[in-house]
Design a protein around this ligand. Structure first.
Ligand code: ADP
Ligand code: MG
Length: 357
């Protein structure tokens, strides 16, 4: 359906220097595929999507869509635009139009569908994304998650062959990520061809037929979710997919700032969608810091979250200790009930109590 050959994109800076963002991108996308594009920021993921639909015309290479090179002179871009929908990080709804008008605008003008049919279909699409009751409101009264669902309905209204998504959830409040991802999961199930730039690793693993790992302006590695996430070939891929997010606090004295830790943890839980674990975590952390490890200072407290496996751990580390600072194993029985596991182990620099939650 889409075939990309030796695609490059060079941006010229005003000072005459230039930056090569896409070096040599090659790939084939078949109908019905759901491809997630992952990779560090600044590696050209957005530029690739924008190049594919010619919002950002490539410097060289070829893009074949249904057997036609859309970069060839004389190719009419509106033909390709009807085939490709795009959903942006920042929604890009028309603020002066109602939700319904946002959805019917392009089908009426570009596909020449009657107003009435367009409205009927728009209502069907709004029901599909769970927003039928919002048809007549203006976008500014919607939450970010609702706006993004409208943007998806708007893309669908054009009956595209493929939809390109550029980080559709990264501008959203964490509480709204799920509602947008679940609409996208449904689209994938329905057989929609999708190309999705995303940082949501678990979503990418669950929903994709293939993963492109982009790095340094090329598709560095591509394969099934299993190949990329479980058995990556390149070390850069491996490092990226096994990334661990963490927050570290050194606790030097008894009057440490517990409130500051709570505030930091709160943001951490929100950011990584871990709010379900928060209450349990706070109870374990305060019991550890104030009771079991009460007199033990300095110590280091750390929370880690492995994005792919979802493993979340609370680490309490005492530098220089060779044995557990908690002498009575039964002291942790209460915490053991709240945790998935407790591992007490010596480390290179001291001793660690790791509590998986
Ligand atoms: P990603 O989406 O992977 O984070 P982008 O495709 O947005 O990466 O950007 C890749 C690189 O291209 C960045 O270094 C960015 O600064 C540069 N870039 C993107 N758009 C432009 C532009 N219009 N002009 C100049 N440089 C750009
Ligand atoms: Mg981007």
């Amino acid at each position: 359906m889409i075939s990309i050959k030796h695609l490059s994109k060079i941006f010229k800076n005003p000072d005459g220097s230039s930056i090569t963002v896409l070096k040599d991108v090659n790939c084939d996308i078949q109908k019905g595929e759901v491809i997630s594009i992952i990779g560090p920021s600044g590696t050209g993921k957005s530029t690739l999507l924008r190049a594919i639909n010619m919002l950002e015309p490539p410097t060289s290479g070829e893009i074949w869509v249904d057997g036609e090179n859309i970069m060839a002179k004389g190719y009419r871009l509106d033909k390709m635009r009807k085939k490709m929908g795009m959903v942006f990080q920042s929604f890009n709804l028309f603020d002066h139009m109602t939700v319904l008008e946002n959805i019917t605008y392009a089908p009426v003008r570009l596909l020449k569908i009657s107003e009435e049919n367009a409205r009927e279909e728009a209502m069907d699409l709004l029901r599909k994304v769970g927003l039928a009751q919002k048809a007549d409101v203006f976008p500014d009264s919607l939450s970010g998650g609702q706006k993004q669902r409208v943007a998806i309905a708007r893309a669908l209204a054009m009956h595209p062959d493929v939809i390109l998504f550029d980080e559709p959830t990264s501008a959203l409040d964490p509480t709204m990520v799920g509602e947008v991802l679940s609409v996208m999961r449904q689209l994938a199930k329905d057989g929609m061809t999708m190309l999705i730039v995303t940082h949501e690793m678990r979503f990418a693993r669950d929903v994709s037929t293939r993963i492109f790992f982009m790095n340094e302006g090329i598709i560095y590695e591509d394969g099934t979710p299993e190949q990329i996430f479980e058995h990556p070939v390149h070390s850069a891929t491996k490092a990226f997919v096994n990334r661990i997010q963490k927050l570290v606090y050194d606790i030097d004295s008894e009057d440490f700032d517990y409130l500051q830790i709570r505030t930091g943890l709160n943001q951490f839980f929100l950011k990584y969608n871990l709010s379900g674990k928060a209450e349990n975590a706070y109870s374990i952390i305060s019991e550890m810091l104030f009771e079991h490890l009460g007199g033990i200072r300095p110590l280091t407290f750390r929370i880690t979250f492995a994005e792919l496996s979802g493993e979340t751990a609370l680490d309490f580390m005492v530098e220089g200790a060779s044995a557990s600072p908690i002498k009575d194993p039964a002291a942790l029985d209460g915490i053991r009930k709240k945790a998935q596991a407790i591992v007490e182990e010596p480390t290179a620099r001291g001793f660690r109590i790791k509590i998986l939650i």
